[in-house]
Structure formats: C-alpha cells, structure tokens
Unconditional design. Sequence first.
Length: 368
Amino acid sequence: MIIPKIQKIEAIKFDMPFSTSLRYGSKGHLKKGDHVLVRVTTDDGITGLGEAWAQPDILGESQASICWAVEQWIAPRLEGIPLFAIEKVWDQIENICANNTAKGAVDIAIHDALARSLGIPLYKLLGGWTDRIPLTWIIGQTGTDEMIEEGLEAQKRGFNSFKIKIGIDSQKDVEVIRLARQELGDDTFIYVDANQAYSYHQASKVLPIMANYGIAMAEDPIPNWDTQGRLRLSRQIGVPILGDECVTSPYDVKREIDLGVISVMNVKTPRTGYYQSRKAIHLAEQGGIRCLIGTLVETDIGVLASAHFGAAFKIFSYPAELTYFLKMEDTLLKDPLRVEDGMLYLPDKPGLGAELDEEKLEHYRQGE
C-alpha cells in the first residue's frame, strides 16, 4: 500500500460572527471568532482540514502569525513526509517555539488526511472508544436573568450539563449559581469557570458557598502563577479544581501532577493537536487526573475535530464543551452536525466525515 505524502500546506484567514457577544473572565469579550483554516494536500490529491483560533490575549497568536508560522516555518519542513509519519512531523516542528495553535491545526489536518486515505473515521483511527459524546452548554457573563433564561432555553433543547462563567462580580456570581441550581434542577450538572479572575481571598470565600449549591468543579479560579494559593484553595473548597490554562502542554501536565492542585484537566485539541493531546491525556491517566474536552471557540470544523478526539478515548468522562458553534451566525460544513438531546453524533465517514462549503469559506475569508 502506498501512503500519500504531504505536498502542500496552506493557511486561510476567516472570521465568524457570533449571534450574541460572549463575555468571560474579568475582561474577555468576543463579538466574533478570528480563525485560520489549515488545509493539507497530499501528492495524490487527498486533503485534510484543521482549524486554529487566533486569540492574542490567551494564546499569544494572531491570524497573521498563524498564517506566517504555517506557511513560512512549518510547511517547508513537512513537505514530502508520509502522512503516517507523525513522529517525524513533530520531530520537525516541535522545536518551533510557541505557535501552539498553528502546530496543532497542522497536526489535526494531517491526521484528517491520513484517516481519509485509509477510509476510516478519525475517532476510529485515534482510539475508537465511541461514536458520540454528550455536550455542555456554556453560559457567558450577562445579566443574572439573561443567564438563567439561557440555561432554561438550552435545557429545553436537551442539554443537562452547564458551565457558567464567573469572575467579574463575586456576589452576583453566587446569586447566579443559586438561581441556576434552583431553576435547572438538582440533577443538572453545573460547574464554574473564572478564567483566573478571582484572587485567592475572593475564591476562598465564594467557592465554598457555590459548593453548597452543588457545583461539580471550579475551573481556573485564581491566577496560575499563584502556586501556593492554588494549592491551599484545592484543599479548602470541597470541590475539584479543573485546570485549563495551566495545562497547555504535556510538560505542564507533568508539573500539575507533581503539584497536586487539579483533579480534572481541560483538553483543547486546537491548542495541542492530536499528537500532544494524546501525550497529555495518557500522563493525566497515570496521574489520576480525569479529563474533559474543552473549547477554543471553534466553528463546526474545529468542533468536529475535537469531538473525534473526545470520542476516541475512554478517559473523557465528562460532557464536552463544544457548543460555541451553536451561537455563531453560520457554519462552514456542507452538512450540519448532528446534535440531538445534548448529544453530538459523529459521522461514520472517512476522516472528519464532513466536507467544507467552499462558497461559505470564501464569503467569510479575510484579506491576505
């Protein structure tokens, strides 16, 4: 069997507006997503897709920097490498400092092309655990009534897991969680994400109160640099700490295992690609840390890529946070993703299992 080789890698800038603005942490406010589509083409014409999110405040990458890294640094190193030689791919690109989402999107696109060449879905290539994953609805920071109403509307659509953004006003945050538990019911899975916005003293006061309302975990409650504060907090609040921005690489995961703060890890495949994400989850498994699939505000392309990874491994025991695309004005795939009663069903077709709508991509494409 002749395995195709990488012939061309291109990066395409595009924007996707939200139907409503998204607020998170103490300053985060998004009205649209700035993305880069990465397309890998092989010497026999197979194509694979990956998606990167440009967010300088969180990731240190812009659309321009991602495109430059992909086309000027990464592509020349990978041309001619067989699709199956993932170890050789990372041997060539791992020493490129930072540029994590650029490398991650290329890695995912190569895996997509490989799965297409073999005629199997990505989730089967990666691990084959299941063909569907439950989803979490994410509620951003707005008015208290609006946040509760959003949760109730999502619940009507079949969602029973909610991540609620906190961090601007701690008193309001407590009230939102109280009302969410009251209105959404005792059987609803609820957790919070402060995006590192609380101080240790704020978190140590309000998180135990939220714990009384049954939050399942607290994500990045205080700044990651406050190592001792994070450790004290993890022993005080009575709920697990979910790590996100503290686990952006396998090296970070090893540090967090040694530190003993987090009990759950947020895995974002656009940030680490499949190759590094696999390393991270196996480290977590050995360290007794549970995992969930997080989001980097992906369109339906990126959602599908992350969902395949989440479906491939049994360590993902929590609903995936892949619902931001349902708040976007449009999609880029020809066929809509199948989401029913809070469950995402993966297509049983080669690779990602979906085809790009080239006309839509051209519509949302940004200038060179």
